[in-house]
Design a protein. Sequence first.
Length: 605
Amino acid sequence: MRLTTIIFAALAVAQASEEVAGFPSTSSALSSPQVDLGYAVYQGSRNVTSGLDTYFGIRYAVPPTGSSRFKEPQSPTIVGKKLTVRATTIPPRCPQACPAPYQGTSGPGLTNSPINTTAVNADPYFQALINGNEDCLFLNVYAPSRKQNLPVLVWIHGGGYGFGDGSQDPTATIKENGNTFIGVSIQYRLGAFGFLSSQDVKNYGVPNAGILDQNLALQWVQKNIKLFGGDPNKVTISGNSAGGGSVMLHIIAHGGGLGTNLFQNSISTSPYSPPQYNYNAPKPTKDYLAFAQLAGCYDGSSVTISSLIVNCLRGKDTTTLQQANAVVSASGIIGTWAFVPVTDGKYIQQLPSRQLASGKLNGKRHLSVHNAEEGALFVQSGITDPNSFKSYIKLLFPSLSSADVSKVLSLFSPSSSKSGSLFPTLGDIGPTALNQGAFATGYQQAAYNLYAEATFICPSYWLADAFSKKQDGGYKYQYSVVPAMHTTDVAGYFGPIGGVPNLSPEFQRAFMRIWGNFITSCVSPVPELPTPREFSLPWKAYIINLNQTGGVPGTTPIPPVGAPYPANVQPGLKNEFTLENGYTWEGGRGERCEFWRSIASKVPQ
């Protein structure tokens, strides 16, 4: 089974776990609530079982097609007679792209060779993955019936800024918290449609169009959520992976000058932090030209800054651009996407590592979560010795100096290169994530941990650290339930309750209440722990480890390596939530994250 298929399938399964809470049943819909948004009237569904009014496919922006491609999104307006729209169907998703590498690349994933375009275009599986519709800027609302002034949770989906959609359903979490808040899930432009960048794009369009889509959706919430019973002054934004990374970018947007204009609280789970180049840097420019060439808008010759390429791209049909987007996205280093956010000088003015350290932040409070085994999906196998580990470091972070690489080796190398039994670490005693994990040992595990800390975990630490310095502070959690791979925590806080064999209903309810307490009361105590004095201390003093004990041997249906993974399942699972030292955790993770922050500008990150 090809590696990208495994990555894509595993993440798709994780996303499916976000969707299974269900849509309103026609048998339980007693009436059809309506909301007049000025530009259209939306007719939703009322579900007496969940107690929610749901509205699917609410347009928050005009279609970003044709001459509007690669431009800032615009709010919808009335054209002719105001329409009544039946909002009972999940909207079309945006054009999708796979992570790299895909079949057709040369080498085992430790290279960065050009993709075999002919082979990829002929692959029916690849073609099935990349479908989508450019007219995709919609959101969904889950509102408790006949209530007013409720807090609001906005969910931003993940997927490497290249795939995913807004069909995640927060019904189970809302219901577990007594229908005390509203849920909103949004869609935004992905891949080249949302993150194409170069000097041309800056001059004749806008970089980070996908992030600006999210911003417009947040503006929509501020303007319209009262019509659904929500309070625009009690908004929490949240997201997983690229959604968590998006949350981080909105926290630093406009140099932290937005304050609480768009949200008060934020939640990031596994915040994805890929290299963030300047909008006109060689890397995004190279991907822009490769995209343009595949679309037939660039002949490969030297170019000068002009509107010719951008205008040509705006004139192409969606299928041509979608094909080019998918091919370029699939041609990089394993576990990466070509089109990601950049420093644009306006909305995103600084690298996250720098601005988070400066304390110039939007919002008041933050809840930060990461998984114990974040890296296993994204690193090629075959890293078995110091030389292959060093080669991997230099490939993944080509801007690091020799001295930087030496320091990385000294901090991240395993204490032993010998292969051994696979088992998760305890975090505070015994073997550490530097050389031991549930999926690998030795140098392979060291590579997993390096990718995990650099890409997800350290940004999560930086966020907790930044908000711990604010008056209202932040909270830091680790999700450690086996297999604890990237995105498996989503089933914990979104459910469905009892739908995953390796998660007890008690664990899910506790995790959902952690979220609910933060959304509604701006605090995040753990139900199984008394509220300790340490909660008032900076993040380095504590980290809440969310785990389970007990149960019986079984498997989880999530396929981290193409097959179910062994894990203890019901009956007999019990919550084990503990307060730990986040700085000394996993053999000094706090020190490694501080070091990574010191070199992050070279990544750049």
